[in-house]
Design a protein around this ligand. Sequence first.
Ligand code: HXC
Length: 469
Amino acid sequence: MADEGSFEEIGMFVERRAAEFGMDLRRAPGDGVVTGFGTVNGRPAYIYAKDFTVFGGSLSEAHAQKITKLQDMALANRAPVIGLFDSGGARIQEGVAALAGYGEVFERNVLASGVVPQISLIMGPCAGGDVYSPALTDFIFMVKDTSYMFVTGPDVVRTVTNENVSAEELGGASIHTVKSAIADGAYENDIEALLQLRRLLDFLPLSNVSGVPEWPSFDDPLRAEPSLDSLAPEDPAKPYDIKELIAKIVDEADFFEIQAAFAENIVVGFGRLEGRTVGLVANQPLVLAGTLDCDASRKAARFVRFCDCFNIPVVTFVDVPGFLPGAAQEYGGLIKHGAKLLYAYGEATVPKVTVVTRKAYGGAYDVMSSKHLRADVNLAWPGAQIAVMGAKGAVEIIFRAEADDREKIAARTREYEEQVLSPFVAAERGYIDGIILPRETRPRIIRALRMLQGKRIENPWKKHGNIPL
Ligand code: HXC
């Protein structure tokens, strides 16, 4: 994980204190966790790794104290904490001392949240507190086929509920990156996972006061991308891949996607512009026409909040026909989940640049980093359509009496497109700051972000807000 030769281990002689159940006969220096600090591509990081070969990597009182010491150091020195997990949870022989140890770790996870990035990599079977502590961190990654996360393992599940499930079915990467969204990504093997974690860290600030990292970039900030002029088909019903836009906008096409396999109707992740990190959020017309549903809303909300915590500017690409209608969505809490995204954008004080590439309909227009949620620079491509709904649906409702007259309906549709949908209507009111050629998107965002580098706005004082969880 750390740069070669940079890792300094601390606490290697720490031993467990419990003597019950024959523990006094088993010596294990380090007590099942390696803790220390080092650098990742030259930047500091505090790292701990569970050792499954020692009491299943389980957490004892002493083991917990090693971790909390490291968490305290990371917080005091404002640098990320990385945990590598492979552990059976609380050390069963230690009882409440182990539970107390977890409580101390959890509390520090909470206090460090939003101050230093915390990242968890799940590298083996993990249960109990060793899934709850990762759950309090910013990102969780897993290794495919060899790592599992569950509160209670398959044996306990069988005893209590009579369900026969394998470890993979209960908590493998295939579940947590696709269904539960507990994990943010999964990799083929340990080495790839560690390398990708290093790549992610290169995007992240060291803390909430450090500012984003700056890496040398050889990508021309003024680079125009003529192929973007034909990316979004004129027919609003035809999809295109929004990831193509992202790849063509960010430096060297380097995009680190978060939760790629979950709620694919929205794409979130990190890229760089002029060598500085930005968070990207984009509706994906290829999946569910890019609608916002429960999953997409909470995925993007969490991402926007992460960016806001760590002062990472947010760039949003909008092509959204609205919220996904249906009983399943309403029963699933669409109102509350949609409100999460609204809240996240509304409270964010980081620089926010928004580009409407095509549709921005209904409440989803407001939600997706609109001017009304204090976005700083809102741009639109010439083919953008901004309104309560698309022309066809609108004409069907307001000219219902003329529904049988196809010619009249066609004329009304054209009228609606020109008078209501056109991005110039929003631009006249100042809700859109500029209509830009798609090919100019990268330089226009870069220029906006340059001007926003000194942005400082403050929300009204409060203890903390009450995001609709
Ligand atoms: C002590 C443990 C242990 C534990 C595993 N071991 N978990 N020792 N405390 N929690 C030991 C085993 O006894 C065994 O020791 C060795 O580690 C390897 O374990 P195996 O079971 O052989 O490995 P495997 O088959 O891979 O199964 C891994 C596992 C399973 C799925 C994690 O060990 C398991 O279910 N463990 C218990 C999980 C659990 O219920 N933990 C408590 C959660 S409560 P030997 O000597 O035989 O090699 C909790 C509270 C936190 O964490 C509060 C949360 C809010």
